[in-house]
Each structure stands twice: as structure tokens, then as C-alpha cells.
Design a protein around this ligand. Structure first.
Ligand code: COA
Length: 160
């Protein structure tokens, strides 16, 4: 059976809407987490973010559904990227770039001077995305990730 969702897998980037998440987006977020990560965030994790003063999620929506997102925490002028993903069927269309640009614009508005994250050593596509926006590797955290166990590359973006 072809769903409307599959029939619309090419996104018109002009119609992509990026905004802070709403509770109603959590179901879509949990679905994408399940596709993207071996230890995915569950509904409760997103509810905790929803109630948090310091954490947030920016969601990119097309066809009325979440197609990509970034979750993050801002403390004073530093932003830690928690998770970043695009729904599988919408990868490589520029959603990740649009979400990163929205995060940097959000950060600018809130006085963020430094971004940091940990990414699996083997995750070349995510590392390429981060490098495209000026993130640089600053270290390795041995055995940081589990399922499977893997080193993390620590990446920073420091603004003037
Ligand atoms: C990383 C991820 C978010 C990129 O999302 P996306 O919407 O496909 O990204 P875009 O189409 O905007 O591509 C942005 C850039 O990322 C890099 N990139 C994305 N996919 C890539 C791939 N398969 N191979 C190489 N580079 C890739 C490229 O530099 C690309 O820029 P370009 O198209 O100008 O070459 C997506 O692959 C994903 O959800 N991965 C699984 C979850 C994950 O690992 N998240 C990171 C956790 S730290």
C-alpha cells in the first residue's frame, strides 16, 4: 500500500517549516529516534525536554509531519547538541542543513557563543554535516557510546 507520506517523499524546501516542538510532535520524534539511534529517546525523554527551561527541540515539518529535528541544551552561552536526525526517507535533501541553520539562528538570538557535541567516530555523514558549519574535532572520548560500544569524536564550534 502506498501512503500519502511515501508519495510525497521529495520535499519542497520552500514549504519546510522549522519551529520549536509542540507536545503533538513527540510521537513523530519518537518514531525518528527509533530509526536513527540504537538507544532512542522515548516519549518521557521528550516530555522532560518539553518541561525543561534549558533544553529544547527544533523540528522541521513537511506534509504536516516532523521530517527532521535537533534536540539541544543551552546553558548561559553554550549549546550542547543532544541529538540530530532526519527521517530516513527524507535524507540527503537538505533537511539537516536547514535544521542546522535554524539552530545557529536560534543560538544567535539567545547569545550562544559555543556549540559542542559528541558523534560516533564512524558517523561520517553527521561529521561532514557538522564540519560544513565550522565544527572542528577537538578530542576523542574512548568508548563513549554503547550499543555498539564506540569512541566519540568531540566537536566544537566557537563563534567570535
Ligand atoms: C546526519 C543527518 C542528520 C544528515 O541529515 P540530512 O537531512 O540527510 O542532511 P542534508 O541532506 O542536509 O546534508 C547535509 C550535509 O551532511 C553531509 N551528509 C549527509 N548525508 C551524507 C552521506 N550519506 N554521506 C556523506 N555526507 C553526508 C553532507 O556534507 C551534506 O551536505 P551536501 O549535501 O551539501 O553534501 C542524517 O544522516 C541522520 O539522521 N543520520 C542518523 C542520525 C545521526 O547519526 N545523527 C547524528 C547524531 S550526532
Amino acid at each position: 500500500m502506498t501512503t500519502a507520506y511515501q508519495a510525497n517523499s521529495v520535499i519542497d524546501m520552500d514549504s519546510l517549516i522549522i519551529s520549536p516542538f509542540e507536545r503533538d510532535d513527540i510521537k513523530d520524534l519518537v518514531e525518528i529516534e527509533g530509526e536513527a539511534f540504537s538507544i532512542p529517546f522515548k516519549e518521557k525523554d521528550f516530555l522532560d525536554i518539553y518541561d525543561s527551561e534549558i533544553s529544547n527541540v527544533l523540528v522541521a515539518k513537511a506534509f504536516g509531519k516532523v521530517v527532521g529535528y535537533v534536540s539541544f541544551t543551552v546553558i548561559i552561552d553554550e549549546c550542547q547538541i543532544i541529538n540530530f536526525a532526519t527521517k530516513n526517507e527524507f535524507k540527503r535533501q537538505g533537511v539537516g542543513k536547514r535544521v542546522m541553520e535554524a539552530l545557529l539562528a536560534h543560538g544567535k538570538k539567545h547569545g550562544v557563543k559555543k556549540y559542542f557535541l559528541e558523534v560516533r567516530e564512524s558517523n561520517y555523514s553527521a561529521i561532514a554535516l557538522y564540519e560544513k558549519y565550522g565544527f572542528v574535532p577537538v578530542g576523542i572520548s574512548k568508548g563513549h557510546f554503547s550499543a555498539p560500544r564506540e569512541n566519540a569524536v568531540l566537536m566544537n564550534l566557537e563563534l567570535e
